[in-house]
Design a protein around this ligand. Structure first.
Ligand SMILES: Cc1ncc(COP(=O)(O)O)c(C=O)c1O
Length: 384
């Protein structure tokens, strides 16, 4: 049961749920979500409570951690045993990289423009094992580009991918890719930081070994509490990065055995990182996930898909964009105008988005409506 003091707003009032700028328009959820009022209240309450450590309850903290674990698990396979709390996507991906078998001369597939948290841990692991990275250029058909080495590179042991690409919202067909990986015994690891919470994660179909997401984007939370999901096999067989006490079972008197191994906690709880499972972070995540589940990921995907489709339609004559795109954000590459001119025009209108790698990344959420999208489109069409 979620905390009953968190009152989520219905979809019809979603615009009011966010702390919005007084003027202008925030279209940068792929960088950082706007804060929900409910999240802010929960954070303030938790910080106030931290001034009264004499009232703190171990049982209440443990129960809250399990509530949030279940809320997070509902975004994957529904099993709280599969979820660990980690401080960064890179931490979760490093844990996956250390767990998955890799021998000298074997290979790991990544995208050549992957977010660095899904590149550097694999580079490090390959260096340590004497293995190599196969870095794929996405090109015009990213799914085909990824399938090519999966089908033709016999040394490949792991494919580490994003569902939705952080540059431009380009989407991989993970149904096809997962089938190809599983047919060849290649482990699939997913960085869902740019999709979890905005697009359903089809865990039963994709069967990844591990999947990770940050909390501060489409999960509507804050920095410092990311979720790592491990498959039923790996949640029992991988090793935690730290041997932190919170990931181990203590004896009844809360002592640990110096003469024998101390048992790890069941499932992916053994990967919980030290100290991050604290009340302020849990409270933020709980409020955020309560609102997210009240809206529903399918409904969020449908609404954001309608908004980005409206934008795509209006600017398709002057901007290139991925053919196979995510519903929740879109990268626009100006065909005629200079990127800087577009940025200046948007900024003059108080519109905030990321411009990087030659692309304007337009990432709205439920605080945006059709009139907002039409305004963005008209500013972009007028930019020279
Ligand atoms: C695809 C993707 N993965 C991961 C991250 C963040 O990773 P980390 O938590 O390791 O900083 C981002 C942030 O923008 C991202 O876009």
């Amino acid at each position: 049961m979620p905390d009953p003091s968190i009152e989520p707003l219905p979809l019809a009032r979603a615009r009011d749920a966010f702390m919005r700028p007084e003027r202008g328009m925030y279209l940068d959820f792929a960088a950082h979500s706007l804060r929900l009022h409910a999240v802010h209240r929960a954070a303030q309450t938790a910080l106030d409570a931290a001034t009264r450590p004499w009232d703190a309850s171990w049982d209440a903290w443990a129960a809250q951690a399990e509530r949030v674990r279940l809320q997070a698990a509902l975004l994957f396979d529904g099993d709280p045993n599969g979820v660990a709390f980690v401080p960064s996507a890179a931490y979760g991906l490093a844990l996956a990289a250390r767990a998955l078998p890799l021998e000298a001369d074997e290979a790991v597939l990544v995208l050549d423009d992957a977010f660095p948290s899904n590149l550097l841990p694999w580079q490090q692991r390959c260096g340590e094992a004497g293995a190599r990275l196969v870095a794929v250029r996405r090109g015009a058909d990213a799914t085909a580009a990824v399938l090519e080495p999966i089908e033709h590179e016999p040394a490949l042991r792991t494919a580490a991918l994003e569902h939705t690409h952080w540059h431009d919202g380009g989407r991989l067909d993970l149904d096809l890719i997962a089938n190809a990986c599983h047919a060849r015994g290649i482990a699939l690891v997913l960085d869902l930081s740019q999709s979890l919470g905005a697009v359903p994660a089809e865990i039963a179909r994709w069967r990844p070994a591990f999947a990770v997401s940050v909390g501060y984007k489409w999960l509507l939370g804050a920095h410092g509490l990311c979720v790592l999901w491990a498959s039923p096999h790996w949640r029992e067989h991988a090793s935690p990065i730290e041997a932190h006490w919170s990931a181990h079972c203590a004896r009844e008197d809360w002592s640990f055995d110096a003469a024998a191994d101390n048992a790890l906690r069941p499932g992916a709880r053994r990967f919980d990182a030290g100290e991050i499972v604290d009340v302020p972070r849990l409270s933020v995540a709980e409020a955020a996930l309560t609102q997210l589940h009240a809206w529903g990921v399918d409904a969020i995907a449908a609404r954001l898909g309608a908004l980005t489709a409206r934008l795509r339609e209006q600017v398709v004559d002057s901007f290139d964009m991925p053919d196979v795109g995510a519903p929740h954000f879109v990268g626009l590459r100006p065909r005629h105008a200079a990127l800087d001119a577009c940025v200046l025009a948007l900024r003059a209108d108080g519109i905030v988005c990321t411009a990087r790698h030659g692309v304007l990344r337009i990432a709205p959420h439920l605080h945006i409506d059709e009139a907002d999208i039409d305004r963005v489109a008209s500013v972009l069409r007028a930019a020279r």
